[in-house]
Design a protein around this ligand. Structure first.
Ligand code: BT5
Length: 313
């Protein structure tokens, strides 16, 4: 077992309840001294672990970080954390280039966060800046549904944290209403590498304005802190990973889940696409996540673009 796998096995055993040193030693195939060293390292990382007659008991978990998120996570992801990176998507690419999969990269702050089309993504300290690296069994043409899955997982987790949100096609998680219109609270940036009929890897980059003051954000943005107060980022990240993993394994359910949260459908919209501007009523999404519009010139399907809601149809 690598150090990482050993840590994960110990965290899983601790999360499942009191576990004795000898039992851990047997499970890991290491000495009892080896177990003590790992428990000490976890304590140094901020876990409050008590030795009781029935075994080690976790009294509290560090607020945030790789091990904090790993603790109690049933899905098979390895979590990495750094205080500051340029972009978590770039770090995930390094993991991809090493042939890895099922990796989550987290940072507290990004110095060069990216949106789509190389736009800048403001990523001050206190946010959730994360990238999931996966190797799905999907044809490349269907990969865009994973962007929708990332949006659904993110929107549901923000909702559970106490902020009712909707999704604006394709990937903006927004707080609806307000005089200035919907305000963006999270976004998703998907990057992939593949061949004609095979996906090599997909990175789903998710940015959530979590414990961030509104002053640190662009004008029509908002944060969980501004809407509902500061939250436990560890819990929100775990929820995002769990939901995303379920949807990754059941891609046929993504469309329905997206439709039930999105507020683009049934709205008159303007979409700026690479080929020009299209206006119409948004009526549906296709099974690859493209937006279907009823326009004056008939039905049009849009694969990529920036969407503005004009009014309810
Ligand atoms: C997105 O792009 O919404 C994708 C954002 C993905 C960010 C994550 S963070 C983890 C991972 N690592 C990265 O480097 N990126 C991903 P797009 O739809 O193109 O929206 C970008 C636009 O949103 C910008 O042009 C601004 O107008 C606005 N914006 C920038 N920062 C924002 C923020 N923190 N909150 C809300 N809006 C923002």
């Amino acid at each position: 077992m690598t150090l990482n796998e050993t840590r994960r096995t110990i965290l899983d055993a601790l999360a499942a309840g009191p576990v004795s040193g000898p039992a851990l030693a047997t499970e890991l195939g290491i000495s009892r001294t080896g177990v003590w060293k790992h428990i000490d390292a976890l304590r140094a990382a901020g876990f409050d672990i008590e030795s009781t007659p029935s075994g080690y008991v976790v009294r509290s978990v560090p607020e945030y970080g790789a091990l904090a998120v790993q603790y109690g996570l049933d899905q098979p992801y390895r979590v990495f954390y750094e205080d500051v990176v340029q972009s978590t998507n770039d770090i995930a690419r390094v993991h991809a280039s090493r042939g890895e999969r099922d990796v989550v990269v987290l940072a507290d702050e990004q110095s060069g966060g990216r949106g789509r089309l190389d736009r800048a993504w403001r990523s001050p300290t206190g946010g959730i800046w994360m990238s999931l690296l996966v190797r799905p069994e999907l044809p490349p043409a269907r990969v865009p549904v994973l962007t929708l899955a990332g949006g659904v997982a993110t929107a549901e987790a923000i909702h559970s944290a106490g902020v009712p949100v909707g999704i604006k096609w394709p990937n903006d998680v927004v707080v609806p209403g307000g005089p200035a219109g919907p305000r963006k609270i999270a976004g998703v940036l998907t990057e992939m590498e593949g061949e004609a009929n095979r996906v090599k890897w997909v990175i789903i980059g998710i940015g959530v304005n979590a414990n961030v003051s509104g002053d640190a954000l662009p004008d029509n943005a908002t944060s969980i802190e501004e809407q509902a107060g500061r939250i436990d980022r560890r819990v929100v990240v775990q929820r995002i990973i769990r939901t995303f993993d379920v949807l990754l394994n059941h891609p046929d359910e993504i469309g329905e889940r997206w439709r039930s949260i999105a507020n683009t459908l049934g709205t008159d919209v303007r979409v700026e696409t690479p080929d020009g501007t299209i206006e119409g009523t948004a009526v549906d999404i296709t099974d690859i996540g493209a937006l279907v519009l009823d326009t004056q010139n008939g039905r049009v399907t849009v694969h990529t673009g920036d969407c503005t809601h004009l009014r309810p149809a």
